[in-house]
Every structure is written in C-alpha cells, then in structure tokens.
Ligand binder design. Sequence first.
Ligand code: ADA
Length: 591
Amino acid sequence: MAAEDPFHHLHDEDYARPYLKNLAGAGSLYPRGGRPVEPLDGEWRLTLDLFDEGLRQKWFALDETPPSQWAVPRDYEIEAGETVPVPSCWNLLKPEWTYFEGAAWYTRSFDWAPGPPGERVMLALGAANYLALAFLNGMPVGGHQGGSTPFTLDVTAAIRPGRNRLQIMVENRRSPFRVPMQHIDWFNYGGLYREVALMRLPALAIRQARAALTGDGRMILARIEMDQPFDGTGAFRVPALGIDLPVPIRQGSGEVQVAFTGTPWSPENPVCYPVEFVAGADRFTDRIGFRTLATRGTDILLNGRPVWLRGACVHEDDRDFGKVSTPEDLRRRFRHLKALGANFARLSHYPHHEDAARLADEEGILLWAEVPVYWAIAFDNPATLSDAENQLGELIARDINRASIILWGVGNENADTDARLHFMARLAAVARAADPTRLVGAACLINREDFTIEDRLAAHLDVIGLNEYFGWYEPDFSGLEQLLANSSPDKPVIISETGADALPGYRAAGRVLFSEDWQAEFYRQQWARIVATPYVAGIAAWLLYDFRTERRQTGFQRGWNRKGLIAEDKETRKLAFHVLAGLYRGRDEPS
Ligand code: ADA
C-alpha cells in the first residue's frame, strides 16, 4: 500500500474519508444542453455491500483475474454480482432486496474511442440515491451526495481507448443529517434509478446557457457561461424568430438582449422555441418557452395576468419501477393531469426526472419544483445546509430554461424554529440569486393555537404554501374556516396539499374514513371554502397517485399512502378524481 495513503488498514474506521473529499456540486454540473451522449444504460452487475467492505477493501482496485487464478482469497467478484438493468431501483428487483438500505456496487465495462485532442469526457448521472462514488479503471473519479439531482464527473484522466471498467458505489442509508432525513412519508428506494451516460466536451465548454424574458416581457435576455475564463464571441439563435446574434464573452461569460416578437408561453398555448447557444467549439441547444412571472398583492401573474392554479401533487413513484420515470409513465402523468382539468402540478418532495419539466413545457402544465427539505431536517448542522444548498443549485442549474416551472420550493412542513428560519431563509436567498425570474415558496405550517397562517419564513417567500388536512386529520372543516377567516396574508397563498385516503372500491355513506365517498366529499367541502378565499391563488390536491410508504400500515394502507385520486395501478380513477375534475372545470358534478 502506498505510503502516502494513511487509510490503508482494513479496520481503519476512517476508510470513507478520502472518497468523500471532493464530491461534485452544482458548480461542476454540465447540463446536457442537447449534446449527444453515449448511454451506459442496460445491463450492469450489482453486488450488495451492507458493511461497506467495498471501500474498506478497495474492491475497485482489484483486477479481473478469474477466481481459479487467485493467489489469495477475495470477498468480491464482479461476475458473482446479479445482472441488473440500469436505470432501476434495487428494491424492486428481488424480494429479498425490498428493504435493503446500504451500499451496493454497480459494475460494467464499455468500449471507448478517443476523440479530437483536448476533448474532455464527463460521466453524467441523472441521479443516484443517496451517495454515489465512481471508479473508472480502478481510479476514484469523484462522487456526489443528494438523491435526486444530476451530476457530472470529469473522467478524462481515467478513461482509456478500448475496454474500460466502470464501478459506482451507491449508498442509500437514511440519516438524520441528510436531505431528506430518515423520517419521511415515501419509500426510500436505492440505486442508479436515472440514466447514466458519457458526454464529450471540447477543451473549452459552455457550463450554462439560459434565455428568459425580462420583467416587462419585451426583451429576451440570453446568457452564456463558459467553464473557463475566455474572451471571444459566441452566438445566440432562435431561428423561428429570426434571431441570430453575436454574444460578446468576457472572462468566461456574456449576455445579450433582443426584442421578443414571438408568442408568450402559457398553459393555453405552450409555445416552445428551439434555441441554440454557441461558443468556441461547443454548442448548447434547448427548447424554451418565453413568459413572465410575478406577484401583485395576493395574485400570481403569468404574462401580466392573474392565474389561478388547479392542480395535484405527484410523487416520483411506481408500483413496478419505483423512482424510475419511464417516458410512458411521464406521458400518462400529464394525460391524467389534463383529464383532471389541471393547469398545475407540484413535483413532491424532491427534484423529479428532468423530462417531467420538459413534458410540462410542451403540455402547458405549471410546476412547483422543490428540494427535500422535509419535516425535521438537521437545521443547525452546516453540512446539512450545504447539502440542501447544493441540491437546490443543481435543480435550478438543470431546469433554468423550463417555462413550466414557476416556483422553487425550499421546504415542506418544517417547524418554525430559529435554526429552521436561518436554514430556509438561506435557501430562499440561494434560489433568488441563482434565478431571479421565478417565485420562491415553501409549504408552511399553521399556528394551531390561534388558527392563523403564521410563519416567520413567509417574509422570505413570494408565495406561501399551506398544507392543510381539515376534514381528514381533523374531524371537521371548522378549523379551516377559522384559519382562512383569521388570516390576511399580503402575498399569494397556494393550498400546497390537501387530501384524504381512500381504498379503491371501498364505498360507504357519510364520514367513513378510507372510503372513496368521503374522499370525494372531502374535496367538495374543501373546494367551497378555498375558492371563497380571495388571497388563495391555487390548490394542489394531495395527490395524483397512491404511493408506496412504510409509515402507513393499517389494513387500508398496507404500505401505501392512499390519498391518490388514482390507485397504485395508475389506471383506476377513484370517485374523488371525477368530483375534483368537475370542480376544476367549474361544475360540481362528476365529469
Ligand atoms: C404531509 C406531507 C406529505 C404527505 C401528507 C399525508 O402533509 O407533506 O408528504 O405525507 O402529509 O399524506 O399525510
């Protein structure tokens, strides 16, 4: 073992430290930007590693000698791993892996043909829950923490012509210091559950390219940021609008303004324009809708006009695929939202697959996108704050050009303590600094003593989210009436969650919990009170589909949160779906 490696002893409990030093963050992310990639999806080998032996014993450094030629015994053999598909969640691949929470090693090989001199190669991962460490040809090439955001690792120094061996350790333990922490109301899936690919970049590359309307909606402001200091001239093009402009780049960044003569993006007319940013030898493409967004008093203004949000929350969860979002799953999601009469969805409670917002752009569904600052995060822990900041930064960097996203959510139902106020006010500031074109919100708690919307964080938000379950967790709606009457917020309030459980097919008259009938009646009662409240700017029903969660273990639930308007099969519409669709369309009858 090399003398400079102080972590050489098998039983050294500091074994993980060297690999955790330089985890990739928002600043190192290269959004795809339409660049071609070489996918690494498909068959991988997977070995579970509950005791973290892989890091302790350096499994990545072992050669691939077959066991018949081993000089000494080993505890790891690539070929002995199970063959698994990537993307996938390991929990759903074998019954005995269902509840596995720990580390697991993914391994595959691939062939590589080098490109022009100076070319760099990035390993691009859509997400890995929660910690990922990558090793290419036995060399550590970096890692990432945060279970739902993308990251890119520069593997130029480790990749070689011909055959390469890639290993990725993914570890999904729940912990009080992670974001989210260990106590959540959804399933803790593990694994490489989004796409893995290699992306080639020229020696000088575009790190970020964005275009959005200025506040008055008259001009497009386009900006290019390079990954190194560079003085030169780039280009910004929107062929459909006849835009082809030089972008002066100084010290690695530059911007340009041009009059907007196109059609603004809106749910009714979700027009997206193909755009192109060019700088040096790099080309970044996207499809961008142009619209303005603001608040005025308690209204949310889209293109200068008030918009009222009718929507539903949705988890990234599937009975058969877990957190894997297939294109069919996403398309079905938007078909269901449309059938509901929705113009809005809350992507709960963490960044979803990037195609969710891309499809929302095309379909005209407004989005609330958020980071999993959920319930009782370790608000006083600086490392937890930087993890949350990083996840927020990565989400914004990935989705900066998505017209559908109107709001960055910085938290959900967090008790109003000093530490939480500091933590989440900081996140609100991070969101504003990274993206001044969108609103910042959070799902807040209420003051239950005097029944008012009261949260010190509200001063740092543009929109107050209100999660309330009067009529479900509370026996009646009187608290909601008091709350709505007692409060007079000076900014828009969105009912960011409200809902009731219903077991599909269970029918009963009156307030019978878990019946389809009560879930439907619950929405009628909620709706009447909510739409009569002028400062409420929208509602997101909790939620579109039933989802897996180990917190829920009555006979009605059996490991599922049953507040879906649609059952876990993503097909069976409950009575409440039809009732809410009728309400969203302006008539109180099943559609
Ligand atoms: C909370 C939480 C949701 C969900 C909901 C419920 O409001 O924000 O994630 O779990 O409760 O179903 O009770």
